[in-house]
Design a protein around this ligand. Structure first.
Ligand SMILES: NC(=O)c1ccc[n+]([C@@H]2O[C@H](COP(=O)([O-])OP(=O)(O)OC[C@H]3O[C@@H](n4cnc5c(N)ncnc54)[C@H](OP(=O)(O)O)[C@@H]3O)[C@@H](O)[C@H]2O)c1
Length: 307
């Protein structure tokens, strides 16, 4: 099968198209024919340094997939050949989504929302599950709470705005000016232009922060949290702010979760969540997708088409 292989850790030019062995599904696994693969910052962070654990002999980056079940391994009862599925299998171990086929544990996938194309569905898994697990599983956001979403126009942020809104929160997003209309349209009650205002000068009394930026943004955001406040930072475990009186901060790493994917699909089907796809490129242009993404200006998601 065709795959975009990282022959050497480093820049985007190291992503090269190669013929590799098609994987076989083992116990409780399915083989998925990939129609589209979503692109996430962890893809280029991994390509750069191979930082994550458990890489196979042929390193193929990528986790987000939407596709069709081609074959099922022994023990799989919930999926059949022909089913349309989406997910982010195996993360943070290697899945190899930048390829024509991936093998996935059956319970790392869920039925693709019928109203979405494969390109749209491939935009969802990792970023939307991150937003879900941060807001719902970790922060347990409640109706009426005030939620501040940093990088609200980005991959995780644009889902976090919609999920927080769907849970009845009051949502404040940070984004550059040209993206404000979109962030409002997705459900934000207020949007702060981080290029013209310091967010702490115009926002106060926040219950939950979803921080897609880390570093000093996380530190500055701690001051806005009221008693019982929760800050969830995403970029990495370094520099998580220390807990303060009645306020906690945590880094969480997203994990495959078919129940979360089903909740996300249900939000899509109810019209409460939609993926914004910024750029669609063929698999062979994966290096270009990384170059674009690494600029840090993506609105919503970048998706690669495979089949
Ligand atoms: N822990 C986990 O499990 C997990 C999961 C997913 C992602 N992450 C991490 O979370 C981070 C965000 O991921 P992502 O997929 O959302 O990234 P992304 O889509 O690449 O984010 C791009 C967005 O960031 C915005 N942005 C950049 N600087 C900003 C600032 N100072 N204030 C407000 N917005 C700003 C940009 O908007 P403008 O063009 O308006 O600047 C752009 O829309 C990455 O570091 C990623 O690795 C972690």
């Amino acid at each position: 099968m065709r795959a975009m292989v990282v022959e050497q850790w480093g820049g985007p030019e190291n992503l090269v198209e190669r013929e590799v062995e098609r994987p076989e599904p083992g116990l409780n696994e399915v083989l998925v024919r990939v129609h589209a693969a979503g692109v996430n910052p962890v893809d280029w962070k991994t390509r750069e340094s191979g930082a994550l654990i458990g890489w196979g002999a042929v390193p193929v980056v990528g986790w987000d997939v939407s596709g069709t079940v081609e074959a099922v391994g022994p023990g799989v009862g919930n999926l059949r050949p022909g089913d349309e599925v989406f997910g982010m299998p195996l993360f943070p171990r290697q899945a190899g989504a930048y390829a024509e086929y991936v093998v996935a544990p059956a319970r790392h996938l869920a039925p693709k929302p019928a109203s979405l194309t494969h390109v749209e569905a491939a935009a969802l898994p990792l970023a939307a599950l991150t937003a879900w697990q941060a807001l719902v599983d970790t922060a347990d956001v409640q109706p009426g709470e005030r939620v501040l979403v940093h990088a609200a126009a980005g991959g995780v942020g644009h889902f976090a705005v919609q999920i927080a809104k769907a849970r009845g929160a009051y949502v404040i997003g940070t984004a550059s000016g040209p993206k404000h209309d979109l962030v409002r349209e997705l459900g934000a009650d207020e949007v702060v232009d981080y290029r013209t205002d310091r967010f702490e000068d115009v926002v106060s009394g926040v219950d939950v922060v979803i921080d897609g930026l880390g570093g000093e943004t996380a530190e500055r955001s701690m001051k806005l949290l009221r008693a019982g406040g929760r800050l969830v930072t995403l970029p990495g475990p370094d520099g998580v702010p220390a807990a303060q009186d009645g306020v906690r901060a945590v880094w969480v790493l997203v994990e495959p979760d078919h129940l979360g994917l089903r909740e996300i699909a249900a939000l899509v089907e109810r019209g409460e969540l939609r993926p914004v796809v910024d750029t669609v490129l063929p698999l062979a242009d994966a290096a270009k997708a990384h170059e674009l993404g690494e600029r840090g200006r993506t609105t919503g998601k970048i998706v690669l088409t495979v089949a």
